[in-house]
Design a protein around this ligand. Structure first.
Ligand code: ADP
Length: 612
């Protein structure tokens, strides 16, 4: 018999599921029903759009059977789209989702932490092995004659062999282990279905025997939850429905249900997960919003339904105003879709703002997870920029935790002209940067931007509420800090600066007097239109090797003891060594790597030798 190996990732995932989710065993049933429902959705769509399926007699349903006497099996059956041999191997033998390897490598072995992680991943079919020693899947794909049996004990291998099945669909039979027997009980199945799958849009029938008589009973509500009037729905129902569509085991952070009537008729039900989906930062993330037309499933794989900065949102869009056979190309150009999308985004952003006002604590959790995608939106979606500017948060030299730009503005000094920020990789390095010294002395607040997207996103904003955002990593931003005395001193020190510039030659673009330093003798900044050093490092890290070399500007603190002494000194060898040391130490505090550390050490020792 042909045996196949599970992809390594599947074996790892199986192990993880069994070890971290055992306290939520019952979710296996939710996952199987959700798969069955998806399969029914897909076939229904075909019967409405594909000529070869239009005439088929299709009454979508899900059937659950179990071995009442010996509690040995539980079966979930659907008459949906089904799978052929390749589909079975592909879907139940591998994990195609991108980022799976990376996800699995984050596992710690600590069951509690791991079960949090797995919530973001979604466990699906494989959760069956929590309750079953062996799983059989018999499936026949719609439009094909051959059926296939996939079978496995979840221990690294599976088999696929040809079998018979009377019509299209999938039958999943679980051979229950000791830990699964409790699920071969009528009341157990009913209660799990009620809890998680009541609002699956198709009927679920439970087959059982009562006094030797076979009975079939519909055990769910079988109406699309999002179509029910809001007033009839409880938070509990919303939350359970979220779990069905998202595969998350946690409640959502928030949900927004909109039923629009009038020129456009549509319903949206959106959820924000408590934890960011694990694939949020992968290019080929799985979109979380499903599109329905008149309650018929159309697609769950359209990244354009919402802008990418909202890719963490889960939920449903259902509209009355599109044709059922709408294609992806049409969707993308469609005016109705564009309107639904726009009002949905506005609605969501409005909800986020509400959250910030009414429940700052939850909003903080929200920001911890989603600040970055929202910042990306600032860069990519001009249309929502003003809303997003109200939402994004930053670290600051003046407040603990997060601040909004509006918060910063309120704290600004009367004569302060700009919003200052510093960018870089590490918060600690930034907080200790010499670039901040004068701002601290003058009691000016500076935003600490240590998120790698900040370098790109923030300069693109330009202004917030008419106030310019200024990077303190750039030359010229300290002009505002300059006093008349500084300017005089600048003239005095000019000859020394010229000499330093001569020594350093092409390692620097310029050497100028600084007004932003107090304790440190020097710092480096980028020329107004050059990328900052952090930006250059980031581009390098992203694989851009052919960057033109961009030289920094060395700023020297004219009031520093070292500088004053050099000015009076005659010793030119000392000036030379110190020039290099001023540059190299400024690079070091910015977290840069020195090109020639041994030269730095040699010069340092020579100077120390003279001082000791
Ligand atoms: P997910 O549902 O998150 O994609 P699963 O592991 O539960 O992950 O299922 C993997 C794939 O197997 C599904 O995406 C679907 O293509 C297929 N599948 C699972 N169950 C069924 C079913 N009952 N009918 C048809 N296809 C199914």
């Amino acid at each position: 018999m042909p045996k196949h190996q599970f992809q390594t990732e599947v074996s790892q995932l199986l192990h993880l599921i069994v070890h971290s989710l055992y306290s939520h065993k019952e979710i296996f049933l939710r996952e199987l029903i959700s798969n069955a429902s998806d399969a029914l959705d897909k076939l229904k769509h075909l019967t409405l759009t594909d000529d070869s399926f239009k005439n088929m007699n299709f009454e979508p349903r899900i059937d659950i059977e179990f071995d009442q006497e010996n509690q040995k099996t539980l079966t979930v059956k659907d008459n949906g789209i089904g799978m052929n041999e390749e589909d079975l191997a592909e879907n139940l033998g591998t994990i195609a989702r991108s980022g799976t390897k990376n996800f699995l490598s984050q596992l710690t072995g600590d069951a509690k932490k791991d079960s949090n992680l797995i919530g973001q991943f979604g466990v699906g079919f494989y959760s069956s092995f929590m309750v079953a020693d062996k799983v059989d899947v018999i499936s026949r794909k719609a439009g094909e004659d051959q059926a296939w049996l996939w079978t496995s004990d979840g221990q690294g291998e599976y088999e696929i062999i040809p079998v018979e099945r009377e019509s299209q669909g999938t039958t999943v039979t679980l051979h229950l282990g000791e830990e699964g027997k409790e699920f071969a009980e009528k009341w157990q199945i009913e209660s799990v279905v009620k809890k998680y799958s009541d609002h699956i849009a198709f009927p679920i029938y439970l087959h059982h025997e009562e006094e030797k008589e076979k009975k079939e009973e519909k055990i769910n509500d079988a109406s699309a939850l999002w179509q029910k009037p809001k007033s009839e729905l409880t938070e509990e129902e919303y939350n359970q429905f979220y779990k069905t569509i998202s595969h998350d085991n946690d409640d959502p952070l928030l949900y927004v249900h909109t039923q629009a009537e009038g020129t456009l008729e549509y319903t949206t039900l959106f959820y924000v997960p408590k934890k960011a989906p694990f694939d949020m930062y992968y290019v080929d993330y799985k979109p979380g919003v499903k599109l329905y037309v008149k309650r018929v499933f159309i697609t769950d794989d359209d990244k354009e339904l919402l802008p990418s900065f909202l890719r963490f949102v889960r939920g449903i869009i259902d509209t009355e105003d599109l044709p059922l056979n709408v294609s992806r190309e049409i969707l993308q150009k469609n005016q109705i879709m564009a309107k639904i999308r726009k009002t949905s985004v506005k609605k969501l952003l409005g909800e986020f703002k509400n959250l910030a006002e009414k429940d700052p604590e939850t909003f903080e959790t929200f920001i911890d997870e989603y600040n970055r995608p929202l910042k990306e939106g600032l860069y990519s979606e001009f249309e929502y920029r003003d809303d997003l500017l109200e939402l994004v948060r930053f670290k600051s030299t003046k407040v603990d935790g997060w601040t909004s730009l509006a918060g910063y503005k309120e704290r600004m000094k009367e004569d302060q002209k700009a919003i200052y920020y510093i960018t870089g990789e590490k918060e600690a390095v930034l907080r200790n940067s010499p670039l901040l010294e004068a701002y601290r002395k003058k009691d000016l607040e500076v935003l600490i931007m240590d998120d790698e997207v900040d370098e790109i996103v923030i300069p693109s904003i330009g202004k917030f509420d008419e106030i310019e955002l200024k990077s303190v990593n750039r030359s010229g931003t300290d002009d505002e800090l300059k006093t008349e005395k500084d300017e005089e001193r600048e003239k005095e020190v000019k000859p020394l600066l010229d000499r330093i510039k001569e020594v350093l030659g092409d390692r620097v673009k310029d050497v100028v007097a600084s007004s932003r330093l107090s304790e440190s003798p020097s710092c480096i900044v980028a020329d107004e239109n050059d990328p900052t050093m952090q930006m250059q490092q980031m581009l390098k890290a992203m694989g851009q090797t052919e960057l033109p070399e961009i030289k920094p500007i060395l700023e020297v603190n004219p009031d520093h003891e070292i500088v004053k002494r050099l000015e009076s000194g005659e010793n030119d060898e000392l000036v030379e060594d110190v020039s290099y040391l001023l540059l190299d130490q400024a690079l070091l505090v910015e977290g840069a790597q020195l090109k020639d550390p041994s030269d730095f050490v040699k010069r340092l020792n020579r100077v120390l030798g003279k001082a000791v």
